[in-house]
Design a protein. Structure first.
Length: 136
């Protein structure tokens, strides 16, 4: 039994499963210019609760983020970009870590496919203004 536990820990360590102790332990790191901007889903997505739902991810040059989901209400989660194990990730204020994978002009994030847009939706702009005053 003890050997299985040790083997399991070794596999977990080698598989690249990196965890953060807390949101505050993640170092906010300015992302590459290619990640900076306003990203938004287009059309229905499996990662959203409804075909009518919309998701936006705002990434600033300083490394602040706002994950904004809209359907029947707006849920906005502030976060920050950081390098974790050599990969760019977004860490939200609930310590959830999600990879930021850019393929050409498409951003893959949290089971979503996002495209760059000029500006976030009005609802996400309002959430961003509210979060800016309270973001660590």
């Amino acid at each position: 039994m003890k050997n299985w536990i040790i083997a399991g820990l070794a596999v977990s360590a080698l598989s690249g499963c990196a965890q953060l102790e807390s949101y505050s332990s993640a170092v906010k790191t300015p992302p590459p210019v290619s990640l900076v901007g306003n990203w938004q889903t287009t059309g229905p997505q499996k990662g959203l609760v409804s075909p009518e739902a919309r998701a936006s991810l705002i990434i600033t040059a300083a490394g602040d983020t706002l994950d904004c989901r809209q359907w029947q209400r707006v849920i906005a989660k502030p976060g920050k970009t950081t390098l974790l194990g050599g990969d760019w990730v977004n860490v939200n204020n609930q310590s959830r870590v999600m990879p930021l994978e850019l393929a050409g002009s498409v951003l893959h994030y949290d089971k979503l496919t996002l495209s760059k847009v000029d500006q976030p939706t009005a609802e996400c702009q309002k959430a961003l203004a509210e979060a800016s005053g309270s973001q660590p």
